[in-house]
Design a protein around this ligand. Structure first.
Ligand code: SF4
Length: 358
């Protein structure tokens, strides 16, 4: 049975033609699946009953399955999702409700091979790339599960497990559905893709007509420092990364977002802040400072005064800079923490090993 989740209108048209049905029905399935979020062929009332019945025999809509929900006191819901396409895997997605909108954080790979030293997902290694359907499916599951409390605006951030630009084709196929106003209809300016700095991927993204905002995980003020916590920097050092950023053709209301995890005593000094200003000075950039949350990894939380001083240096130089305390801390907020807990759970339960190979 062919899983239709993650298929474009064109792919759905081709599928219908291949089974001898009218290709225009593809657009109707696309509408029912992504715009109306109907995950059962029987509920696709825009299709004739005979076709609905036939589809339920010949195709499927394989949504990620919710294995566990972790509800935080601030309303954040962290999902552990089981994925069934290809090799079984679990990933996490996070639903964060706010006053007028919800933000959904999704994963693009099961595990990750990039090996950032402040990230627990890195300790899992890479299990596999997600398919377009598995990426779209995380958003659909989170929206459906919270359907009675949805706010008018939905933001998505590709900041969960995995390096999105190392799974480029599936990520873009998913984004074309998520950002299509006939599809899931998320505004491109309400979507952000976060990368550790994969330069060829940034160059490809620059060519896309419809794309999310680009966020770069910077986290250091020099190559020497960045090499220590992000080994990917040896392949794409700051000069190459920032050159790709300078060449990135920003649209009128577009910015580059730089994320900077502040590790106490490592990259949080006023000198670091001045170096960041120098690095980003000629870019249309915003900076998010993320104070480290102590956890399983051996880094320290920065002093609040240092965090505020860092921010002041950037703002004084005219650079928009925000402090972002991560949400859902009581249900394990840092990237990959939940995945790691689940891996431990599988091991202790004698289940399949989820520790993956890079
Ligand atoms: S921070 Fe992102 S890119 Fe780096 S290891 Fe973690 S998941 Fe991979």
């Amino acid at each position: 049975m062919l899983n239709l989740l993650g298929k474009s209108t064109e792919e759905l048209r081709e599928f219908l033609a291949a089974i001898g049905e009218a290709p225009y029905r593809g657009a109707q399935i696309y509408h029912a699946l992504y715009a109306e979020r109907r995950f059962d062929f029987a509920a696709m009332t825009n299709l004739p009953a005979e076709l609905r019945e036939r589809l339920s025999r010949q195709a499927s809509i394989a949504l990620p399955r919710i294995v566990r929900r972790h509800l935080s006191s601030d309303g954040t819901v962290r999902y552990v999702l089981a994925l069934g396409e290809g090799k079984p895997a679990t990933v996490e997605a996070v639903f964060m409700p706010e006053e007028n909108r919800q933000t959904i954080c999704i994963s693009t790979q099961a595990g990750c091979a990039v090996d950032c030293r402040f990230c627990l997902t890195a300790t899992l290694g890479l299990l596999r790339n997600l398919t377009a359907g598995e990426i779209v499916g995380q958003v659909l599951v989170a929206l459906h599960d919270n359907r009675d409390a949805l706010k008018p605006q939905t933001n998505i951030v590709l900041m969960g497990q995995g390096e999105p630009l190392l799974n480029y084709d599936a990520v873009m196929a998913a984004l074309r559905i998520l950002l299509d106003q006939k599809g899931v209809a998320i505004a491109p300016r309400h979507a952000a893709l976060s990368t550790s700095g994969i330069v060829p991927g940034i160059e490809r993204l620059a060519q896309e007509q419809v794309r999310p905002m680009l966020a770069i995980s910077l986290n250091a003020s020099s190559n020497e420092q960045r090499d220590q916590i992000m080994p990917i920097n040896r392949k794409y050092p700051l000069e190459k990364l920032l050159e790709a950023c300078r060449n990135y053709p920003l649209k009128p209301r577009e910015w580059l977002l730089f994320e900077y995890v502040l590790l106490g005593g490592f990259n949080d000094s006023p000198e670091d802040a001045h170096r960041v200003v120098k690095l980003l000075g000629n870019l249309r950039a915003k900076v998010n400072l993320i104070p480290w949350n102590p956890g399983a990894l051996p880094h320290k939380r920065p002093d609040r005064e240092r965090v505020e001083e860092f921010q002041r240096v950037l703002i004084d130089k005219g650079m928009p800079c925000f402090i972002r305390d991560s949400r859902g801390q009581d249900v394990m907020a840092a990237c990959g923490q939940l995945a790691l807990a689940e891996a431990g759970r599988s091991h202790s339960a004698g289940g399949a090993a989820t520790k993956a190979q890079p």
